[in-house]
Design a protein around this ligand. Structure first.
Ligand code: TRP
Length: 354
């Protein structure tokens, strides 16, 4: 069994400010994964056009996600950091995948239904094809592992369906060209060109909820800025937002059981645990029986301790956009070499003349 070489790929859209949820749920995981894996992290600027075509501050948004990656500790020399539009092979493979994916598959995508809303006729064709471009992002590098949030699981299943159909439909072309590798699909050995990507979902990372409503996800689109901690927030803003965070009048319980039915308490304890890299149980072992008037200042201190250095580094990086652009250009060049190799093989498998 020759299995694919492990490769991690993930993408973040350059829309809105990054917040604590993005950091704890995604970026911190990206940082951890680079220890033992070859990683490619992409600012998916072409995806940003799907919901809204014109972005006044597109370049700043791209740079700010890049700055967050670098400030959090992603090593752009060892790994690859770039923005999607610098590698046109993503769009090229996406076109082929548009012809692999079936309309019936796309119609099942729940995120399209949510984002398109009631007036589906007015949604862009790009929004509909979004998951096909996402599959191409990953598979143009034949990446095997994708750290994403729960909401992207369905898109990854679609990527597997696309990979599987391509592998099956072109099987008679893949085998003689010698381009695929043997993989196991369930119990079956299959000779495949594209791997079956696996999501790396959550693990210890929490679902970070709004500071104003513990039942809603922390979101960059929430109209209230007090609902989230942005990675660009300074110490005063972090402290103010945590002090104003919604709570209930009771003291903290000593066991996680006691967090049931207390979404705001659960959220703040979860954030504390994630920032401290421990469990909620450990946090409650320390703070059980204490009032929020004691817990919140401790959370402020911890949040500032973890986030202030990232914040400072992001600000420093953002003062030198030329440097960020150079990092992206270098990453783009290296990504293009790999993507073009795949595309040449795909062209050969399909039978395009080149
Ligand atoms: N759809 C992802 C999101 O909104 C972003 C994304 C685009 C992505 N392409 C990707 C994530 C490829 C992982 C891999 O979060």
């Amino acid at each position: 069994m020759t299995e694919f070489k492990p490769l991690v790929f993930s993408g973040v859209q350059p829309t809105g400010n990054l917040h604590l949820g993005n950091y704890l749920g995604a970026i911190r995981k990206f940082v951890a994964l680079q220890e033992n894996n070859d990683c490619i992290y992409c600012v998916v600027d072409m995806h940003a056009l799907t919901a809204q075509l014109v972005h006044e501050d597109m370049a700043t948004q791209i740079r700010s996600i890049t700055a967050a990656f670098l400030a959090a500790g992603i090593d752009a020399k060892k790994h690859i950091v770039f923005n999607q539009s610098q590698v046109p092979q993503h769009a090229e493979l996406a076109w082929i995948f548009n012809c692999v994916a079936r309309i019936g598959w796309m119609n099942r995508m729940t995120q399209f239904k949510d984002k398109a809303g009631k007036d589906r006729e007015q949604a862009s064709l790009g929004l509909y094809a979004y998951p096909s471009l996402m599959a191409a992002d990953i598979l143009v590098y034949r990446a095997t592992h994708v750290p994403v949030g729960d909401d992207q699981k369905q898109h990854l299943e679609l990527a597997r369906d696309i990979a599987m159909k391509f592998n099956m439909d072109f099987h008679d072309k893949i085998v003689p060209t010698g381009l695929g590798v043997d993989i196991k699909v369930g119990e079956e050995p299959v000779h495949a060109y594209f791997p079956m990507v696996e999501p790396l979902i959550d693990g210890p990372a929490p679902r970070v909820m709004s500071l104003k409503d513990g039942t809603k996800k922390m979101s960059k689109s929430d109209p209230s800025d007090l609902s989230r901690i942005n990675l660009m927030d300074d110490q005063d803003a972090i402290s103010k937002k945590i002090r104003k965070a919604k709570t209930d009048p009771d003291a903290l319980p000593s066991e996680t059981e006691g967090l049931k039915g207390r979404p705001e308490a659960d959220n703040l304890v979860g954030i504390f645990a994630a920032l401290a890299d421990t469990s909620k149980a450990d946090v409650l072992a320390e703070f059980g029986g204490q009032q929020f008037s004691v817990f919140k200042p401790a959370l402020v201190d911890l949040a500032v301790e973890v986030l202030a250095p990232i914040n400072a580094e992001m600000r420093r990086l953002m003062e030198d956009p030329g440097h960020i652009d150079a990092v992206l250009r270098d990453g783009g060049e290296r990504a293009r070499v790999r993507a073009e190799k795949t595309m040449n093989e795909v062209r050969d498998i399909i039978g395009f003349v080149r």
